[in-house]
Design a protein around this ligand. Structure first.
Ligand code: AMP
Length: 281
């Protein structure tokens, strides 16, 4: 497995793969890899000749009060997991390699980024779409893999690729969960054992919403109320948002029909966790 740290050595690696007509699958991550990332990597491994994983804690997608400085890192373990998963190369640039000096160009998707996580994390998606564009330009993948745990991110990236005619196929991969339902996340690392136990409330609340809809409930307020109630039973938790929305526009719906996305962000102590489920009506 190749460890690529600079843009120029990565361009050389990519050129060698293109010369051999090998298709490239890219899995963008911020590292501290877990089963969720590995699911993306395995999917990429099945669909491409060459798999590149990027590990970059992208400063431009963090707000000033967010967890950039304490974001968990374990490069040694990440390398071991990637080797075991048959990854061909890891692109792990420094922040300076990605943002040397004057940086004046941003890619911004409108509307889709103004709701849900975009409303509580201003600038977050602008950082994501910009860095993903840079990664696409550096690695020139045929396909790129994104997890549905970050449903809004996947929708935003698909829109960007479509709007800007970027020749990359976006593959969305289902959410991987722990045995008790909690979506695997690098940020679960922040939780104390007590908070970890409480964190199961995210998925439980989504399940309550799903079950109500499946049982015939069509009133968004009733569904939302039941989800809020479940979360508010937990001490030291705070709801950032709970939304029942159209999965393609991400706009909140007034009527539950066809297919709806139940999405939420909840603070468990000082840790903000997100999750979502798609419900077929
Ligand atoms: P991150 O390192 O958290 O930025 O995540 C990198 C990629 O892995 C993103 O596309 C995430 O959506 C995806 N991912 C993270 N957690 C999960 C999970 N539990 N299941 C599926 N994909 C995930």
């Amino acid at each position: 497995m190749e460890l690529l740290k600079t843009v120029s050595e990565t361009r050389q690696f990519v050129a060698s793969q293109k010369e051999e007509k090998r298709s490239i699958g890219l899995v963008p991550t911020m590292g501290y890899l877990h089963q969720g990332h590995l699911s993306l990597i395995h999917t990429a491994r099945e669909q491409n000749d060459t798999v590149v994983v990027s590990i970059f804690v992208n400063p431009t997608q963090f707000g000033p009060q967010e967890d950039l400085d304490r974001y968990p890192r374990d490069l040694e373990k990440d390398c071991r997991l990637c080797t075991q998963a048959g990854v061909d190369a890891i692109f792990m640039p420094t922040a300076n390699e990605m943002y040397p000096g004057r940086f004046l160009t941003w890619v911004q998707v409108q509307e889709l980024t103004e709701v849900l996580c975009g409303a509580s994390r201003p600038g977050h998606f602008r950082g994501v779409t910009t860095v993903v564009n840079k990664l696409f330009n550096i690695i020139q993948p045929d396909r790129a893999y994104f997890g549905l745990k970050d449903f809004q991110q996947a929708v935003v990236i698909k829109q960007m690729v479509q709007d800007l005619n970027i020749p990359v196929e976006i593959v969305a991969v289902p959410t991987v969960r722990e045995a008790d339902g909690l979506a695997t996340s690098s940020r679960n690392e922040y939780l104390t054992p007590q908070e970890r136990a409480r964190a199961t409330v995210l998925y439980r609340s989504l399940q309550i919403g799903r079950q109500l809809i499946e049982a015939g409930e069509r009133n968004v307020h009733s569904v939302r109320e039941a989800m809020v109630k479940e979360i508010e039973r937990q001490p030291n938790t705070r709801i950032d948002y709970i939304a029942i929305c159209d999965p393609s526009t991400l706009v909140p719906v007034d009527q539950i029909k066809n297919q709806v996305l139940l999405a939420l962000a909840v603070w468990i102590g000082n840790t903000r966790l997100i999750d979502n489920v798609l419900v077929e009506v």
